[in-house]
Design a protein around this ligand. Structure first.
Ligand code: AMP
Length: 207
């Protein structure tokens, strides 16, 4: 089953995608994680993406579409996958139509005020992609899953968070309509507790 996780930054796409992928043994394809790894390794794509990411802007469509096209061609995607953070613009969604058949689009719906609180307290592991909130870390600075040092993403700083939310409303929110018209959209209240959201996602994926 090929699934898209839609929703604003901080809605819980990454956390839930990781859980669902572990449960179903399918890959989580996070374009944000791919770009952050490329930045860390200073690859040509990483260097190109850096200024956009740090300003809270979207990386150009053609760069991201090439990344996704290559990734979806790999063997581990043959039995399904979750796209986490792609597509984010209508041109990306249109390009995806020519690359893959999407079965379900899960839209995690969360109010802006809650997103701001979540993102500005978020800490992430660049090694395994796990995310935490400072309010639950009790001063811990290492990843509970892999032991790597946790960081605050530059784009989780207060002013960049607002820019990312604007970008979401202007460029990504139109995809809700796009997929509603296709009949694949399932909206889930992302303010519920994590286990309820997880069960709701599994239920809509089972149809
Ligand atoms: P994320 O981890 O999904 O919040 O992505 C972090 C940043 O990577 C975004 O703010 C964008 O700058 C960039 N990015 C990730 N996915 C995409 C995409 N599908 N299109 C354009 N830029 C992206």
């Amino acid at each position: 089953m090929n699934v898209i996780f839609l929703g604003p930054p901080g809605a819980g796409k990454g956390t839930q995608a990781q859980r669902i992928c572990n449960a179903l043994n399918i890959p989580q394809i996070s374009t944000g994680d791919i770009l952050r790894r490329a930045m860390k390794e200073e690859t040509p794509t990483g260097l190109k993406a850096k200024s956009f990411i740090e300003a809270g802007l979207l990386v150009p469509d053609e760069v991201i579409i090439d990344i996704v096209r290559e990734r979806l061609a790999q063997d581990d995607c043959q039995n399904g996958y979750i796209l986490d953070g792609f597509p984010r613009t209508v041109p990306q969604a249109e390009a995806l139509e020519t690359i893959a058949k999407i079965d379900v689009v899960v839209d995690l719906d969360v109010a802006d005020e809650e997103l701001i609180a979540r993102l500005s307290g978020r800490r992430v592991c660049l090694n395994c992609g796990a995310t935490y909130h400072v309010s639950h870390l009790n001063g811990e600075t290492k990843c509970a899953k892999c032991g790597e040092e946790l960081i605050q993403r530059k784009d989780d700083s207060a002013e960049t968070v607002l820019a990312r939310l604007n970008v979401y409303h202007e460029q990504t929110a139109p995809l809700v309509d796009f997929y509603q018209k296709k009949g694949t959209l399932k909206v889930i209240d992302g303010a519920q507790d994590m286990d309820t959201i997880f069960e709701s996602i599994l239920a809509v994926m089972k149809g």
